[in-house]
Design a protein around this ligand. Structure first.
Ligand SMILES: NC(=O)C1=CN([C@@H]2O[C@H](COP(=O)(O)OP(=O)(O)OC[C@H]3O[C@@H](n4cnc5c(N)ncnc54)[C@H](O)[C@@H]3O)[C@@H](O)[C@H]2O)[C@H](O)CC1
Ligand code: K
Length: 526
């Protein structure tokens, strides 16, 4: 599904109104009619409600006023709390104010704190609420009476429908700009906003996108580059499993990682690779840890590598790994590595000289931080970086807070600077490709917020690349299926206590969801 930023939807409006000739009033009417349908679907008949809209001075407020007029016409008692003077409204919003008043909508001005105090109790006494304070025109932190109105809405038991976007939520980043409405439903107009997809359901609630007649030609002209990843796309990405395939058909994945106390990380990545369907997996780790890995891994092979006096991977491991890469189809580098200076040098050397599809995770990313500009990537277009926000912030030389204020931008910048596909992990992980496109992943939940789940992900992506998927396709499919495994697990576990070893088992079910219907039927019969 295509997603739009505030600027892109503003352009779409402008092109539709000025270029195509469809009047803004028609767009606003379509928006209001569609949003009323969403409300009716949610609340049912008869529509004899006591409904209030909190309206701002922009077109979002205009949508709210148009909705109230439609609802009044269908039997509701409709009140608008206008967070400015009536005279402040302009254009289509002003026109809809006049129409609403002529059609029986009661309008109460809340232009200052005194008015808010005077009407506060009345404002809290309605049955259903429309949040039409701030839409895509939000351009600063929400403060004062706007903040108070948002908190009032959030404290009520009554249902709230957000008009276009919950007020206070950034349409571009999904960040809360001070305060944001926690809506039960959101009716968004024309195109789904990127910020809505990034929020998920926390503020947005149940999301519906209403067609307001922005023509497809306008959308095509905009060449939008943000997307919500969908199951049907992932289904097309997953590699074929030919009946006569053998282990050589499905590629050999090499996982390089591990340090004392972190033998589990490369083992989990190896498991991820196996679950993703790689034909063979080898985990290569410091030689003292090899016997442990031999016990942990029965299906995967292991390779002992030279180690430093501290037991971490030594520079001498470089030639051994590079030689192994000649007969491997993909590598995962990083799970459980240390940041000992010699290991850092090894990582930089491997990243420069590697020529096969690679996933760089964890300490492999930390090894590149601080000197990203001088780091060559030998397999750049075939490389996936999988940082969590802390690792990404270190790579970009910013604080984690700065990065979290605009996750899409951070993912895109990292992809562009490195030439590598970038997976920025977190709730609603992002996948950015160096050409500028961005995908928001809808799967996954809080169960993934535990040690080791990232190692599993790097293995899944590596395992898919070993089977021939491109870096971008493997990143998209891997992130989606990994999240789906957690979504299946939460039904059994609830929201706590899933260890990464167990997540590995749910990957089987997650991949099964993508089998053909015939194959699923065969499975059920067994
Ligand atoms: N295609 C569509 O999606 C259509 C959308 N419509 C609606 O129009 C709004 C966008 O309208 P716009 O007038 O550009 O902006 P807003 O109504 O969101 O608000 C602008 C208004 O608010 C002030 N403001 C900005 N930030 C703050 C703040 N933090 N605190 C207080 N006030 C703030 C700003 O100065 C302006 O005065 C879109 O969301 C849809 O709802 C059209 O109806 C049809 C087509
Ligand atoms: K709103």
């Amino acid at each position: 599904m295509i997603l739009a930023t505030a600027e892109q939807i503003r352009k779409a409006d402008e092109m539709t109104i000025k270029g195509i000739g469809l009047p803004g009033m028609v767009l606003m009417e379509n928006a209001a009619q569609g949003a009323v349908r969403v409300l009716k679907d949610a609340m049912g008949d008869p529509m004899d409600w006591d409904v209030a809209a909190f309206c701002g001075r922009g077109n979002n407020g205009g949508d709210g006023l148009a909705m109230l007029r439609i609802l009044a016409g269908q039997g509701s008692v409709a009140t608008a709390y206008l967070f400015c003077r009536e005279a402040d409204l302009k254009g289509d919003a002003a026109a809809n104010l006049a129409v609403a008043k002529a059609c029986g909508v009661q309008v109460v001005e809340i232009p200052d704190d005194a008015a808010l105090e005077e009407y506060y109790e009345d404002m809290a006494g309605h049955e259903i609420y429309l949040d039409a304070l701030l839409g895509t025109g939000l351009n600063s932190l929400v403060k004062g009476r706007f903040a108070e109105a948002i908190e009032l809405l959030n404290g009520l038991d009554a249902p709230v429908l957000a008009v276009d976007i919950p007020s206070g939520l950034s349409a571009d980043t999904g960040a809360v700009l001070g305060h944001a409405v926690e809506a039960d439903f959101t009716a968004t107009f024309g195109l789904t906003k990127l910020g809505l997809a990034l929020d998920g359901t926390e503020h947005v609630g149940e999301l519906t996108c209403v067609d307001i007649s922005i023509p497809p030609v306008v959308v095509a002209d905009l060449q939008l580059d943000s997307h919500l990843l969908e199951e049907r796309e992932v289904r097309l990405l997953l590699p074929e499993r030919p009946d006569k395939g053998h282990k050589g058909t499905f590629g050999h994945l090499l996982v390089v990682g591990g340090s004392p106390g972190k033998t589990g990380a490369p083992c989990l990545a190896a498991w991820g690779g196996l679950r993703a369907g790689a034909g063979l997996v080898t985990a290569a780790l410091p030689c003292d840890l090899n016997p442990i890995a031999e016990v942990k891994l029965t299906a995967a092979m292991t390779q002992p590598l030279p180690q430093t006096s501290q037991g971490n991977l030594a520079k001498a491991a470089g030639p051994v790994v590079l030689k192994m890469l000649g007969s491997r189809q993909a590598m995962v580098l990083g799970p459980g590595l240390s940041t000992e200076e010699e290991t850092v040098e090894l990582v930089r050397d491997l990243v420069l000289n590697c020529r096969i599809p690679t996933v760089l995770d964890a300490d492999a990313l930390n090894a590149l931080a601080g000197d990203l500009a001088n780091q060559g990537f030998g397999a750049a277009p075939h490389t996936v970086l999988t940082p969590h926000p802390g690792e990404a912030a270190r790579l970009l030389g910013m604080t984690t807070e700065e990065l979290l204020a605009d996750r899409p931008k951070a993912a895109r910048v990292l992809a562009r600077k490195t030439g590598c596909v970038t997976v920025l992990k977190g709730a609603r992980s992002l996948i950015a490709d160096p050409a500028g496109d961005l995908w928001v992943n809808p799967t996954g939940n809080v169960l993934l917020a535990s040690g080791g789940s990232g190692d599993v992900l790097s293995g899944v992506i590596g395992g898919l690349m070993a089977q021939g998927l491109s870096a971008l396709d493997a990143a998209c499919a891997g992130v989606y299926v990994h999240g789906l495994a957690a979504d299946l697990a939460i039904e059994e576990y609830g929201s706590r206590g899933l260890a990464a070893d167990e997540l590995v088992d749910f990957l089987v079910m997650a991949f099964q969801a993508f089998l053909s219907e015939d194959a699923q039927g065969d499975l059920e019969e067994l």
